[in-house]
Design a protein around this ligand. Sequence first.
Ligand code: PEP
Length: 252
Amino acid sequence: MRKPLIAGNWKMNKTVVQATELVEGLLEGVDQPQDREVLVCPPFTALHAVGQLVEGSPIMLGAQNLYPQDSGAYTGEVSSPMLLEVGCSYVILGHSERRGYFGEEDEFINQKIKAALGAGLKAILCVGESREQREAGQADRVVSGQVRSCLADLTPEDMAQVVIAYEPIWAIGTGLTAEPEDAQEMHASIRSLLSELFDEQVAGATRILYGGSVKPWNVDDLMAQPDIDGGLVGGASLEAESFLRIIHFISS
Ligand code: PEP
């Protein structure tokens, strides 16, 4: 049984004051959900403040990136031990904005996943195809290539700490959402790849989130798909009311 995870990726939004306000709103409205997990991923500057507020609550804390060394001369970077110290349990890795704007490639993302897991963080690996790749019929090939390369050398035990987020790039921040059936098809094919790369147990236990314009009005239909195990939510996680509605999606 895979417990759904609803994760909010705040990207480069919210000062400490704004982040505090948002998380207080979430804490007021969130149930003690037994059947799902809730995660917020603020920018680095707000992690400490948000971490203190969510401690002991049903909301977990995650970061949006890390550098795969514990410390050293890496100006501007942040390491796993730093994230753990402020209360993070998760880190998002390989987001398409990091791949697109900052040139991150699968091999580097693989190093980051290994660093995160080695330190005791759980990793949310993002994969997804562009519009051009989908239109050219390459979506499956692109996504399976990303999954293979980013998870290279991981063991089945490692995979217990990994969540995959399928995020078609054309659906991120655009208001365009994959049809639930199309997302389901890709999730099922990622799951079958996991059984080829690892084993049936890993394939059955790994959570695969959908990301790409998840909104209060489409979340229930997306979550009703058998291989969609939660959502990675950008824009709609920036307001307490909309994120609370997504957290409290109605499962069918
Ligand atoms: C994301 O940031 O990963 C994302 C899916 O954003 P949005 O929900 O705004 O499309």
